[in-house]
Design a protein. Structure first.
Length: 475
C-alpha cells in the first residue's frame, strides 16, 4: 500500500537555523553566492509563532508578490478585488515579479524589504523553510475555526509540509496526467486513449511514432525524416515533476529511508528499474525522435497550446491556457509498465517570517487558498484543481473544456492505491531540496538527453551526487 502523506508524519529532515541561509542561494541557480544572512528575520526553521492581533482601527497595508506573468497577475487581481469587499480593513498591493522570482526574494530578503506574502513554488518552499524565510502556518490554522481539515483532499499539502508543519497553503496546480490534442490524434487516424485504462509504455511509444511529423510530413523511420525540423512531436515528457513517475511505474524508487540509520535517506536511482526508466525517456528524443531533445533545437515553440505537441505529460494547471488557445483536448491516465502510478502537487502561498502583519497576511492567504469563494476564482480561471472536496462536482461538471470524463482523470490521480510522491516514504517532499535537485539534474542529465552517454554509465555517480543534494541541499 502506498504511504499517504500525513500531518503527523515526522519528516527526515534536520533542523537548520538562519546560519544556514546561504544554502538557499547555493541551491538555487538564480542567485548562487548570495548570502541570506542579511534577511532581517529572527525565525529559525521549526520555530512556531502565535498569530498576532490585528489593529482594527487602522487599515493594514500588505504587499503580495506574484510570479508567472500576466496570466497569474490577472488571477491575483481578481482575488484581491473580491477579498477587499469583505475585508476593507486590509489593503493589498500586488507586486508582479519580473523574471526570476527566486532571485527577487533573495535580494529583497537581503535588503530587508521582503513582501508580506508571495506565490511560491512546490520546488522552493522547502529551501525557504530551511532558510527560515517563511512562517509556520499551523498555529494560525489551529486558531481559525473556518479551516476544517476534512474539507480538503489530504494530498494537497505534500509540498508545503516540513518537520510536521505546514509552511504554505495550496494555491496553484493539481494532478498530472497525459493531456492530448484530440484534433491532432483524429487527423493522424489514431484512436483516442481510454480515460479509465492506462496505456502501456509500448503503446504510448507506438502512438507517439504515428503522431510525430517533420516539416515534410515524414514520420520517424521514413526515408528522409529530419529530426531537426519537427512540425509536431507525438509526445512531450516532464523531466522535473514528472520523471519520478516513470521510475516508480517501472518498479523503482527515487527516495527511500536509510535502513541502517546512518543517513536520513537514500536515492536508489542506480537500480535496474531506474536505469531502464531513465534510458527509456532519453531514447524517446534521440533514438525514436518522438519527443523533444536538446540535441535537436527546433525553430518554433514546442507545446500543447501551440499544437506542436500531440500528447504531453502535464498538469491540470494548463487548463486555462489550453482553453484560451482554443485547443480541443482530452486526458488519459499516466502509462503503466509494472505498476499504475499517479501524481500531483500544489504550489502555495506563503507568508514571510519577517512580515510585521502576519495575522492580516494569513487572513488573505487563507481566504485566497482555502475559502470556497477564493477557490472558485482559481477554478474559474483554470489555475487550480480545487483542493476543497465540496467543489469537486462543480469542477468535474464544468461547461468549459475538457468534458467530465477527462476531468475525472485528474481526480482519479488522488487514489491512495496509485498516488506516489518523491519523499513519501520519509514524509518529506524531496526532503525540502527540490530546487537544488532540479539544478543538479538539469546539469548532470544533459548528456543523457542529448544521447552522449547511456544512463547506466553515469548512474552510480549520479546517485551519489543526488543523495548529497537531498541530504544537505549542497551540490
Amino acid at each position: 500500500m502506498v504511504q499517504e502523506h500525513s500531518r503527523e508524519t515526522k519528516p527526515a529532515v534536520s533542523k537548520r537555523t538562519l546560519s544556514r541561509r546561504s544554502l538557499v542561494a547555493g541551491a538555487m541557480s538564480a542567485g548562487a553566492g548570495l548570502s541570506m544572512a542579511a534577511a532581517g528575520t529572527s525565525l529559525a526553521a521549526g520555530t512556531t509563532h502565535r498569530p498576532t492581533a490585528a489593529l482594527a482601527q487602522d487599515k493594514v497595508k500588505l504587499t503580495f508578490m506574484s510570479r508567472g506573468g500576466e496570466y497569474i497577475a490577472g488571477v491575483v487581481d481578481q482575488q484581491i478585488a473580491a477579498f477587499n469587499t469583505i475585508h476593507p480593513e486590509i489593503e493589498i498591493k500586488q507586486e508582479a515579479a519580473a523574471g526570476d522570482f527566486v532571485q527577487k526574494i533573495q535580494l529583497d530578503a537581503a535588503a530587508g524589504n521582503l513582501a508580506d506574502a508571495w506565490f511560491d513554488a512546490n520546488r522552493t518552499t522547502g529551501p525557504f523553510f530551511h532558510a527560515g524565510l517563511i512562517e509556520n502556518l499551523d498555529p494560525y490554522l489551529a486558531a481559525d475555526s473556518s479551516f476544517v481539515e476534512d474539507e480538503f483532499i489530504p494530498q494537497a499539502f505534500i509540498a508545503q509540509t516540513y518537520e510536521g508543519s505546514r509552511w504554505g497553503l495550496p494555491w496553484d496546480s493539481g494532478a498530472m496526467a497525459m493531456i492530448y490534442n484530440i484534433d491532432l490524434l483524429n487527423e493522424a487516424g489514431v484512436a483516442l486513449p481510454d480515460p479509465k485504462t492506462p496505456m502501456t509504455w509500448d503503446q504510448l511509444l507506438e502512438m507517439a511514432k504515428q503522431l510525430t511529423r517533420d516539416m515534410n510530413d515524414k514520420r520517424p523511420g521514413d526515408d528522409g525524416f529530419d529530426p531537426s525540423a519537427i512540425k509536431v512531436y507525438g509526445l512531450q515528457t516532464d523531466l522535473t515533476n514528472g520523471l519520478p513517475q516513470w521510475v516508480q511505474s517501472n518498479g523503482g524508487e527515487i527516495i527511500q529511508p536509510d535502513t541502517s540509520g546512518a543517513e536520513p535517506l537514500i536515492a536508489p536511482i542506480d537500480s535496474p528499474e531506474a536505469i531502464e526508466a531513465f534510458q527509456f525517456l532519453a531514447d524517446l528524443g534521440t533514438v525514436h525522435f518522438v519527443a523533444p531533445s536538446p540535441k535537436y533545437v527546433q525553430s518554433q515553440e514546442i507545446s500543447l497550446a501551440s499544437s506542436t505537441v500531440a500528447i504531453s505529460h502535464n498538469g491540470v494547471w494548463q487548463r486555462g491556457r489550453l482553453n484560451d488557445a482554443g485547443i480541443n483536448w482530452g486526458v488519459a491516465p499516466f502509462p503503466i509498465r509494472k505498476k499504475q502510478i499517479s501524481y500531483g502537487h500544489y504550489s502555495p502561498l506563503v507568508i514571510a517570517a519577517s512580515s510585521e502583519h502576519k495575522q492580516e497576511a494569513f487572513t488573505y492567504v487563507l481566504w485566497a487558498t482555502s475559502s470556497k469563494e477564493g477557490q472558485q476564482i482559481l477554478v474559474d480561471t483554470g489555475t487550480q484543481q480545487p483542493t476543497r472536496k465540496d467543489l469537486t462536482e462543480a469542477f468535474i461538471n464544468s461547461d468549459t473544456p475538457p468534458s467530465a470524463e477527462y476531468r475525472q482523470v485528474f481526480y482519479d490521480a488522488w487514489n491512495a492505491d496509485t498516488f506516489r510522491w518523491p519523499g513519501d516514504s520519509i514524509g518529506s517532499y524531496w526532503n525540502g531540496w527540490a530546487q537544488a535537485k532540479n539544478d543538479l539534474w538539469a546539469t548532470e542529465l544533459d548528456p543523457l538527453w542529448t544521447g552522449e552517454v547511456r544512463y547506466e554509465e553515469i548512474a552510480a555517480d549520479f546517485r551519489a551526487k543526488t543523495e548529497k543534494v537531498l541530504r544537505t541541499g549542497e551540490a
